[in-house]
Design a protein around this ligand. Sequence first.
Ligand SMILES: Nc1nc2c(ncn2[C@@H]2O[C@H](COP(=O)(O)OP(=O)(O)O)[C@@H](O)[C@H]2O)c(=O)[nH]1
Ligand SMILES: [Mg+2]
Length: 308
Amino acid sequence: MKLGLTSLQTSYMPEMSKVKVSPSYKIKGKIDRKHEVAIILPTYCEAGNIRKLIEQIENLKIDPLILVIDDSSPDGTSKIVENLQKKYSNILLLIRPSKMGLGTAITDAFKIILSLKNKPKYVVTMDADSSHNPNDIPRLLSLARRGYDLVLGSRYCLGGKVEKWSPIRILISKIANKFASIFLNTKINDCTSGFRCYSIRFIKAVTKNLHSQTYEIQIETVRQAAKNGFFATEIPITFVNRKIGKSKLTLNEIKQFLLFMMKVNLERYFTIRMDKLVMLAQSQLRKANIDSLNSPFLSYIEYVKRLT
Ligand SMILES: Nc1nc2c(ncn2[C@@H]2O[C@H](COP(=O)(O)OP(=O)(O)O)[C@@H](O)[C@H]2O)c(=O)[nH]1
Ligand SMILES: [Mg+2]
C-alpha cells in the first residue's frame, strides 16, 4: 500500500482532507508552522500510555511536530490522540486500516515527513508504551545537532540499562544485538533500539530503500547508515519495560526479524567472498601482466560488488 505523497507538498499541510493517501488511510489534524523536530509515535493499543507520553513531550518545550501512526487500535488509542489535537496544534494522526507492522508504520511516517515542504531537521522515533523516557530526547537531539545522522538511545553501551525485563529476555536481546553488530560491521551496541534521532539528510537518502514490515526496520536503518557512510552513534538510556498493555512482538515478527538477519549475514558473506575473489583475480592478472582495469571479468565483479 503506497502513500500518494505529491499532494502533501503544501507548506504546512493545512488541508489534510485534500491529501491523497491510500483511500483506506486517514490523516487527521493540520500543521500551521515549521518544526525543527518531528517525533514519530507508532501505536497499536496504547490507550493506557499515549496521553501521558504526549503530555510529557509537550512539556519538553521543544515544540516538535508529533506524528502518531495508529493501526486502528481497537482500544481507542486514536480517539485519545484526536482529543489531544483539540488542545495541542502540533499533532498529526495517521490512521491505517489494520495492524500492518511497526516497519511500515515508521516508513509511512518518514514518507509523510518527506512530503512536507518545510521539513523538520531531525526526526525522532520512540515506542509509545512508556519504555522510552521522553526526557532523553534533548540528549539525542544535541548529538544530532552536532552532525550525527543517526543517534541511538542505547541499552547496551556503557551506562545503558534495562529495567523490569526478565533475565532471559535481556539475554536474547543482547545476543541478537551482538550478532547484528557483527553482521552490520558496526560499533553500535544496540541496533534494535527503537529510540532514535535521524537527520533529515538520512531520511531523504534511505526511505526509498526501506522494505521492512515489522521490527527488523530498526536493523535495516542501522544497516543503511553503515552501508552509506552516515555518522551513527549511541547514548546510554534506561529502558523500562511497559507497565500498561502488552508487547506486540509476535512469533511471526520474530521470524521476520531472524529472516532479515539471515539475509544480512548472507550478503555479508557474499561481499567478503567477492572481496577475496577480486584480490585473487587481481594478483593473477598482475602476474600475467594484464591491466586489471581493462579486464571485463574484473569490471563485472566490481559491478556485482557495488550491488551488494
Ligand atoms: N502502528 C503500529 N504500531 C505498532 C505495531 N506494532 C507495534 N507497534 C508500536 O511500536 C512500539 C513498540 O512495540 P512494543 O509492543 O512495545 O514492542 P516491544 O517493546 O519490543 O515489546 C509501541 O509503541 C507499539 O504500540 C504495528 O503493527 N503498527
Ligand atoms: Mg515496548
